[in-house]
Design a protein around this ligand. Structure first.
Ligand SMILES: [Mg+2]
Length: 101
């Protein structure tokens, strides 16, 4: 699966969820707050690996990466941004900046 497909599908799913539940659609602001929550959950696992080894859960670490990516995709879509295009352009810029092939 490519980034464009995932961004479209995550966004579609997030539009469908309020129709199937009593949840209200998430605004850009709420999505951003949700993103920071997910980043915090990812941070917790990273800290656990280093400082609270008994609480480290690699499966959950992987899930949190997915959560962060999912919310980032949905938020980017709310701004009509194409994350795939942006990532491709970013790769070109960073390769050029550091003189990489
Ligand atoms: Mg999470």
């Amino acid at each position: 699966m490519d980034v464009r497909y995932l961004q479209e599908e995550f966004s579609r799913v997030f539009e469908e969820i309020p129709k199937k539940t009593n949840m209200t659609p998430q605004s850009k602001e709420l999505l951003f707050i949700h993103l920071t929550e997910e980043v915090g959950e990812l941070a917790r696992q990273i800290v656990n690996e280093e400082h609270r080894k008994e609480k480290f859960d690699k499966v959950n670490l992987s899930e949190e990466f997915g959560d962060v990516f999912m919310i980032l995709c949905v938020l980017a879509s709310k701004y009509d941004l194409d994350l795939s295009k942006e990532c491709e352009e970013k790769l070109v810029r960073i390769r050029k900046k550091f003189n990489l092939d």
